[in-house]
Design a protein around this ligand. Structure first.
Ligand code: FAD
Length: 397
């Protein structure tokens, strides 16, 4: 599966999205970052235009543009504002796509349709104070009580936690069964009694997205809000994160491209020693190293996205080989993409010289925003564990 080209529809989506973001988002991006302000009005507009459900099929309220279309959107967002790509990723990749993969028809109608139409914002609650990389060690519990479950526990770092209408929360239903068997996913509405907001984190980057502590204090959840089967929660979380890493990489690709663009603009403009610094080979070598990574990333990203698209939206029907390949390639992609973006924004900032260190410069914000992609949705150390283990187990092609 090496061949790839964009369809006319995808090219048009990119162009329309770029125009929209340049017109509506770029002018407010610096302010969103400076004030750490959730861009509610802009998110509402994205919803109206169908951007909150780009990969979701039309029958469930989405735009039906698949994973490649979704990556195009995330790539374009990555060029402009990483806060918004984080909000969208948490809502769509993590918070609502699992409903498409694992939900009942009723759950899809009740929760996925409003999410895809941008009428409800979603949040994904896996991490806890004592359970980060080792997510399976989560302490939140869900105890059966008649036709309901009662959830108790503390979740940490929930993106969209402050603004969400719906939370996908993972809790232990039977510790004796371990991760695969003992953890269950629940759909929790904001209005359910006992769900309380804790502290909002102040962050170095992606400051327009909220990152919240959440308390589940005897939250009563009806049994029909179990997502998938009881005990399948960890599998749901891991599958969701595998697929989510693809679009996360798309955001990193957009950031890398923008970093190059800004570096070139500055290097052509800035004259030292009687000529633009762009004419210095040392600067051109930096641009070359950025270009090499970004070009490779683009091809691999859309290759993995196309393969994931072909696998369809019913994980129960995926072959073992396809699933293992997806897990490994999404881990390779996420690691390479996030490190390429960090490299590109760092080199771009260096090309900007002192100007890049000043708060008013776009690359200063991008430098702070890029760092998180090496950490969330599974740190790059954990991705290397996944990749290394797979190579030992299945060998290399
Ligand atoms: C801004 C932000 C948004 C987030 N959004 C969400 C969200 O929406 N939902 C959600 O559930 N979570 C979210 N997270 C949590 C995020 O996924 C975790 O931070 C991440 O998984 C790492 O966990 P940790 O921070 O506890 O680090 P730790 O697990 O404590 O790791 C610390 C360091 O040790 C390394 N390490 C750990 N174990 C090993 C090992 N076995 N071998 C080698 N190295 C290891 C790690 O790679 C890392 O470098 C968010 C976090 C942030 C900061």
């Amino acid at each position: 599966m090496i061949d790839f080209s964009f369809t006319d529809e995808q090219t048009l989506l990119r162009q329309n999205t770029r125009d929209f973001l340049e017109r509506e988002l770029r002018p407010i991006s610096a302010e969103i970052d400076r004030d750490a302000k959730f861009p509610a009005e802009f998110i509402r507009k994205m919803g109206e235009m169908g951007y909150m459900g780009v990969p979701i099929p039309e029958e469930y309220g989405g735009a039906g543009l698949g994973k490649v279309g979704y990556c195009i959107l995330l790539e374009e967002l990555g060029r402009v504002d990483a806060s918004v790509s984080t909000i969208l990723g948490a809502h769509c990749s993590l918070g609502s796509t699992p409903l498409l993969y694992f939900g009942t028809e009723e759950q899809k109608m009740r929760y996925l349709v409003p999410a895809a139409k941008g009428k409800a914002l979603h949040s994904f609650n896996l991490s806890e104070p004592g359970a980060g990389s080792d997510a399976a060690s989560l302490q939140t519990t869900a105890v059966r009580d008649g036709n309901d479950y009662i959830i108790n526990g503390t979740k940490l770092w929930a993106t969209n936690g402050k603004e969400a209408d719906v939370y996908l929360v993972f809790a232990a239903t039977d510790r004796s069964l371990g991760a695969f068997g003992g953890i269950t996913a629940f759909i929790v509405e904001r209005k359910f009694d006992g769900l309380k907001l804790g502290t909002e984190e102040e962050k170095m980057g992606i400051r327009g997205s909220s990152t919240m502590q959440l308390f589940y204090d005897n939250v009563r959840v009806p049994r029909e809000n179990v997502l998938g089967e009881v005990g399948k929660g960890f599998l749901i979380a891991m599958t969701t994160l595998d697929v989510g890493r693809i679009s996360l990489a798309a955001g990193s690709l957009g950031a890398s491209s923008r970093a190059i663009e800004l570096a070139v603009e500055h290097a052509k403009r800035r004259v030292q020693f009687g000529k633009p610094i762009a004419e210095q080979q040392a600067i051109q070598f930096k641009l070359a190293d950025m270009g090499i990574r970004t070009r490779m990333l683009k091809f691999f990203l859309y290759n993995v996205a196309t393969r994931a698209e072909k696998m369809g939206t019913n994980p129960a029907g995926w072959s073992k080989a396809d699933r293992e390949e997806l897990t490994r390639d999404a881990a390779i992609l996420k690691t390479f993409a996030s490190e390429s973006a960090s490299f590109c924004v760092d080199e771009s900032l260096q090309i900007h010289g002192g100007t890049g260190f000043i708060k008013s410069s776009e690359i200063e914000r991008m430098y702070r925003d890029a760092r998180i992609s090496e950490i969330y949705e599974g740190t790059n150390e954990i991705q290397r564990m996944v990749i290394g283990r797979d190579i030992v187990k299945r060998g290399w092609e």
